[in-house]
Structures are given as C-alpha cells and as structure tokens.
Design a protein around this ligand. Structure first.
Ligand code: IMP
Ligand code: MG
Length: 180
C-alpha cells in the first residue's frame, strides 16, 4: 500500500495525538452527560474506534450508512442505505465523520437528524477540507484541516481500498489517473 502513497500527511504518532486531544475536548464539553455517537459508515470506523476509547464520558454508538452517487468524490444525491438502529430523540448526539469535503453528505444527514429531535447535535470530523465546502457547516471538533488533496488511510478509501493504511496519505497521481 505504501508504494501507492506519494506523501504522508499524518503519521501514526500525529493521528494518536490529534485523537487524544479531541477526546479530551469532547470529554470536557460533555462532562456529566451521556454521549450518543453516530458514525457514518464506512470511512469513520477506524477513527470511531480510537476516539471512543479516548472519551472518558459514558458513550453509546450507532451507525448509519448512506450512498452518494458519483465517485470518487460524491456530490449531491444522498440516500440512506442503513438507518440508525435507535431513536435519537432527547439524546446528546455527536456525528462522527472520517472526512468532510463539500459538506453535502453531512448537511443532508444533519437535516435528517434534526427532524428526529435530539437534545443536541454536533459534528466531529477527523479530516476537514474546508476549502472544498459547497454548503456552510459548523464542525465543532476537527482533527486536522487539509487542502484539496484526495487522501486515503485511517478508514478513508479510494475505490474501497487503503482503509487499513495506518496513516493518512496522498495517493500518487498515477493511481488516481488510472480511473479518471
Ligand atoms: P462530501 O459530501 O463532499 O463532504 O463528501 C464526503 C464523503 O466523500 C466522505 O465521507 C468520503 O466518503 C468522501 N471523500 C471526500 N473526500 C475524500 C478524500 O480525500 N478521501 C477519501 N474519501 C473522500
Ligand atoms: Mg469513499
């Protein structure tokens, strides 16, 4: 896998320290509350598994799977493939995303979740590409801000590959070019 990576943006140590920092911030903000994490499959699962262990408040977790049409960067049309198992009414919800790009996916999800009347609704993303944003969104907790590069690893994929790469890296253009 590493042979396909041009540049490593976050190595394992950098990831660990960002996750630890986010865990401290979130645990402090939600002190004395129960936090309900909603992970957006599949890109967030590696981050979720680290983040939840960095939280010192009691948490529950649920998962949602959505499909967006258009690859590799989905735009616009979103539908729910697997909905949440449990209601979120009255709960303190934190949506956990691996990466936010245009914001279209997340804005759809937030609109959907708001109609279910959670007590609170916030967003946590490990990677934020703010420069790419089409829709304005508030992201309360961010691991790292990056530019417009397409990144893989730590759960993030290119055509379902590289999710198990333990770092966040930029793929060589030759790998991406092969499919465009
Ligand atoms: P958005 O709706 O444009 O914010 O798209 C968010 C989704 O696009 C993420 O959840 C990822 O699945 C995918 N995505 C966007 N940028 C990247 C990237 O750099 N690497 C891997 N997946 C990405
Ligand atoms: Mg993807």
């Amino acid at each position: 896998m590493y042979e396909d990576v041009e540049e490593i943006l976050l190595d394992e140590d950098a990831i660990r320290s960002e996750v630890a920092r986010m865990g401290r911030e979130i645990s402090k903000d939600y002190a004395d509350r129960r936090l309900h994490l909603i992970a957006v499959l599949k890109g967030s699962v590696v981050f979720l598994s680290d983040l939840m262990r960095a939280l010192t408040v009691p948490v529950t977790a649920d998962f949602i799977s959505i499909s967006s049409y258009g690859t590799p960067t989905p735009a616009g049309v979103v539908s729910i493939r697997k909905d949440l198992d449990e209601p979120i009414e009255g709960r303190d919800v934190l949506v956990v995303e691996g990466i936010i790009d245009t914001g279209l996916t997340l804005s759809y999800l937030l609109r959907n979740f708001r109609t279910r009347n959670p007590a609170s609704l916030k967003v946590c993303a490990f990677i934020n590409k703010r420069a790419q944003r089409i829709i304005d969104l508030t992201v309360e907790y961010v691991g790292r801000e990056i530019g417009e590069q397409f990144v893989v690893g730590y759960g993030l994929d290119y055509r379902q590959r590289y999710r198990n790469l333990p770092v966040i890296g930029v793929l060589k253009p030759s790998i991406l070019d092969r499919h465009t």
